[in-house]
Design a protein around this ligand. Structure first.
Ligand code: GLU
Length: 492
């Protein structure tokens, strides 16, 4: 087999979608597995729908996911430029070839005329196919239309190409994922390959680019299957080698509808913003259609690449289970090296004054709070009570706990006794054990309730991080002030 060259060809009409990220990943994995090249091409022929902001987002998101391209913007490559708008001088040459060989023709129909054709088809309850009205215009007729100020679009002559390269009107191809697929090309109208303003359309530009960039395998979403027939005919009409195609099933939301913002994040950058790790995202999207041979789902991108076989990709749709992604994310959070985690979490702590803590205290705080995190952003709430000095917000459950006689009793003793304690983790650990023990012995209070009273007063909650370390970080003065503030009688 000649060199494997695959590509991801996003249109910058939005931030990089998680579905496009999966397509990019499968292309990347296929390239890695076969010592091939993974190419990035920006498909921005539709100037109105594209923006530089989205181009930047695509670059940043792919890089963040570790899907570094071998050729394309920034890194160059033999067959660039890899941005379609920079290739506009390339496309007309092949249009001329198609015109010269009769595989394309000029179409002078106005939008109104085409609309009328479509309306008639819909009145007759027929699928619309262009009438081929302009297929056989004479030079005089064309000159006349030009003189009227009409500018032609260029249409591809489907039947002509089909006849030249196939025995019947049926066009078949062997999809890498879905197996043999076919279509009756009579159902494909002669489609526009270059608009009257000279811009190439997607189906045409994609063929020229894939051919000139020597793309060997086109792996993309199954929503492009109907385009594939058109593209194969253009490849053939131009005498280019037809690449292999592989179409991936769609990604659906848990309710089986199209994944959309109402289900949660859909753009890679939104997932990252919400606190998902890119390692978890990559691992998770790899499992949307692909299964590891050893059944072990948690895998690095390199392990996945080594195990990846395109013909084993499931041809059906995959369900995007946000809960599974969250589970994976919490796993990856636990796996992160501590120094990396501490840095990453800072982004979600900007509402606090981190200078209230020494570096050691900050590190300790993260040590005792990170384990239950599902998203990095969960840290914002998880550490709220470490800040705010001598004040803390008390939630409803903690308030109810603080109202009990048991809690009041515990807190009164706590503020009295703890005043004399040395405020180190080690000492607090010992002292609190004795403190709890005494209450158990003297009054039968379960140690759990004793600690709840202190936790409720100092952190404002009934659950949270290790209490000894928490007290040590909050400090003696602020811990005791908070405890005093929770005592109802005139102890203060
Ligand atoms: N620009 C197209 C898209 O974003 C690329 C499709 C293809 O891979 O050919 O859907």
């Amino acid at each position: 087999m000649s060199e494997v060259r695959v590509r991801i060809a996003p249109s910058p009409s939005g931030n990089l979608h998680i579905g496009t990220a999966r397509t990019a990943l499968f292309n990347y994995l296929f390239a890695k597995k076969n010592n091939g090249k993974f190419i990035l091409r920006i498909e921005d022929t539709d100037a109105e729908r594209t923006s530089q902001e989205y181009v930047d987002n695509i670059f940043d998101s792919l890089k963040a996911l570790g899907l570094n391209w071998d050729e394309g913007p920034d890194v160059g490559g033999e067959y660039g430029p890899y941005t379609q708008s920079q290739r506009f001088d390339i496309y007309p040459k092949y249009i001329q070839k198609l015109l010269d060989e009769g595989f394309a023709y000029e179409c002078f129909c106005t939008p109104e005329e085409l609309e009328a054709e479509k309306e008639e088809a819909s009145r007759n309850k027929k699928a619309y196919v262009y009438s081929k009205k302009c297929e056989n215009l004479t030079e005089e007729e064309k000159a006349k239309l030009r003189a009227e100020g009409r500018k032609p679009a260029i249409r591809f002559n489907v039947a002509k190409a089909q006849k030249a390269f196939h025995d019947s009107s049926i066009l078949e191809f062997d999809d890498l994922v879905k197996g043999k697929l076919h279509m009756d090309t009579n159902l494909i109208g002669d489609f526009v390959i270059m608009k009257s303003n000279g811009t190439p359309t997607y189906n045409y530009a994609v063929v020229i680019d894939d051919a000139l960039m020597k793309i060997s395998h086109v792996i993309r979403g199954e929503d492009h299957i109907s385009n594939t027939y058109k593209q194969i005919l253009i490849f053939e009409a131009l005498g280019f080698e037809v690449p292999r195609f592989g179409h991936l099933g769609m990604i659906l939301a848990p309710d089986r509808s199209k994944l959309s913002k109402r289900h949660g994040a859909t753009a890679v950058s939104d997932f990252v913003e919400q606190g998902y790790l890119t390692e978890a995202l990559v691992n998770f999207v790899a499992l949307l259609g692909w299964s590891p041979s050893d059944g072990q789902e948690i895998k690095t991108i390199d392990e996945i690449a080594a195990d990846f076989r395109i013909n084993e990709i499931s041809s059906s749709n995959s369900i995007f289970e946000y809960d599974k992604l969250k589970w994976m994310n919490s796993h990856y959070i636990k796996m992160l090296p501590k120094e990396v985690l501490r840095e990453k979490l800072k982004k979600y702590l900007t509402k606090y004054d981190l200078s209230e803590l020494t570096e050691e205290q900050y590190n300790r705080m993260i040590d005792i709070t990170y384990e239950p995190l599902t998203l990095l952003s969960d840290i914002t709430d998880a550490v709220a009570y470490f800040f705010g000095g001598d004040k803390v917000e008390i939630d409803e459950k903690a308030q109810a706990e603080l109202e009990t006689d048991l809690s009041q009793d515990v807190l009164k003793s706590f503020v009295e006794q703890a005043e004399g304690w040395e405020w180190t983790e080690e000492n607090l650990h010992e002292k609190l054990e004795v403190f709890r023990g005494k209450f158990k012995e003297e009054k039968g209070y379960k140690p759990k309730f004793t600690m709840w009273a202190i936790r409720a007063a100092v952190t404002g909650r009934l659950c949270g991080a290790d209490m000894v370390v928490t007290l040590a970080i909050i400090g003696k003065e602020n811990s005791l002030k908070r405890a005093k503030a929770a005592i109802k009688t005139a102890m203060v």
